[in-house]
Each structure stands twice: as structure tokens, then as C-alpha cells.
Design a binder for this molecule. Structure first.
Ligand code: AMP
Length: 210
């Protein structure tokens, strides 16, 4: 099985692009952030442990994340590979991943720090189908209705606020960006300019995946 990794800072547009890549490749999206938020909402031991790190904008410990992923890739829909979104975020996570699945492409969506805060602070998702929107840059076409499923329920993430964004950005620069070199050395790293229209970014990603 061959998998794809979506790599980039918080707010780079990984979730938005993941939905489009999923439509075109059929690979299921595996977002460790979504899995952790589900664990927090369900009040599991993992959720309770993870919440303190997430609220502070820090990375959840590697062993918690690696255990989640090892479980998830046993699911039947993962047999032909998956699209990882927000994982791996550290070298130990990448090493663990290399032992359990082959990664064919790392798609790095590049957005400058100064654009990240405005992107994160205005974003919201559909409470039914998780489509991602932004107050200014990507609003719903019909006010109050999800473009994809017509739901009127929307959510904003607890950690999408200006204070936490700065910690999340430093975690990205200190712990995650060193992974770029790790994947460049393996010849599978594709850098995409993420500071453009959503459709242009999708086109570039899909051609990198060919
Ligand atoms: P995300 O939805 O990917 O922005 O993740 C939200 C939060 O979940 C992050 O700020 C981290 O606290 C935690 N998290 C998600 N994925 C990981 C990961 N691969 N490693 C460590 N922490 C993670």
C-alpha cells in the first residue's frame, strides 16, 4: 500500500485540499487532529490526555499519536493507502510511519507565517460533513448553508484563536519543519505554493501526484 502525506503549517489549507484529493484519488483522509478532537469529545483517556496539549497549542506526545495511527491503518478502508493530514509532525512519528506503510508523495503546502493568523482566525467547518470554510477567503456560497450538504450547523475549533496559533506555529517551526529535510533526502517531497486560489493549489497537487 502507498500513502500520501499532506505537510505544512497550521492553516495552510491541508484540510481543504484533503477533501479535494480524496474526491480525485479515492484515498481516505486520516487527520490526527480530527481523531484527537473526536477523542476529546468522547471523553476517552486519550482525549483527556491530549486536550491539555491541544489547548496550549503544543504537540501531543509521539507515543499517543503513533498508537492512534497504528490502530487506524488496520481499518479495511486503509488497505490501499491513505492520505495523512497533520501526521507525521515529528521525526520519531515519520520513523514510526516508515515501518508501517510506504509513503509515495509528501505534499508540502507552503504559506508564510504572516498569512497564517488571519487564515486560522476566520475559519469554520460544517458540523455535518466537515467541509472547511473561511469568513473572508472561502465563505459558503449561500449564506448559512453548507455548499456540500446543505447543513446549517457550523463549528469553530477551540484552538483557532490568535493566542494558540502562535504556539502552534512555533511547534511547527521547531518540531515539524525539520521533517522537510528528512523527506527531501528520500526524494518524495513536493513543495506547493499555498498562498494562491484554492483551485490553483489543487491543480498543482494533483499534477504532483501523477
Ligand atoms: P490539527 O487539526 O492538525 O491542526 O491538530 C490540532 C492539534 O492536535 C495540534 O495543535 C496538536 O496539539 C494535536 N495534533 C494533531 N496531530 C498531531 C500530531 N501528528 N502530533 C502531535 N500532535 C498532533
Amino acid at each position: 500500500m502507498e500513502s500520501i502525506v499532506l505537510f505544512g503549517p497550521p492553516g495552510a489549507g491541508k484540510g481543504t485540499q484533503a477533501q479535494r484529493i480524496m474526491d480525485s484519488t479515492g484515498l481516505p483522509q486520516v487527520s490526527t487532529g480530527d481523531m484527537l478532537r473526536a477523542a476529546v469529545a468522547a471523553g476517552t483517556t486519550t482525549g483527556i490526555e491530549a486536550k491539555k496539549f491541544m489547548d496550549a497549542g503544543k504537540l501531543v506526545p509521539d507515543e499517543v499519536i503513533i498508537a492512534l495511527i497504528c490502530d487506524r491503518i488496520q481499518d479495511p478502508d486503509a488497505t490501499n493507502g491513505v492520505m495523512f493530514d497533520g501526521f507525521p509532525r515529528t521525526i520519531p512519528q515519520a520513523e514510526a510511519l516508515s515501518k508501517i506503510t510506504e509513503v509515495s508523495h509528501v505534499i508540502a503546502i507552503d504559506v508564510p507565517d504572516e498569512r497564517i493568523v488571519e487564515r486560522i482566525c476566520g475559519r469554520y467547518t460544517c458540523g455535518n460533513c466537515s467541509s472547511v470554510y473561511h469568513d473572508t477567503f472561502n465563505p459558503t456560497t449561500k449564506d448559512g448553508f453548507c455548499d456540500n450538504c446543505d447543513s446549517t450547523e457550523f463549528k469553530r475549533r477551540a484552538d483557532d484563536n490568535a493566542d494558540t496559533v502562535l504556539s502552534r506555529l512555533s511547534a511547527y517551526h521547531e518540531q515539524t519543519s525539520p521533517l522537510a529535510k528528512w523527506y527531501i533526502e528520500r526524494g518524495i517531497f513536493h513543495q506547493i505554493d499555498g498562498d494562491r486560489a484554492i483551485d490553483e493549489i489543487t491543480t498543482d497537487i494533483l499534477s504532483a501526484l501523477k
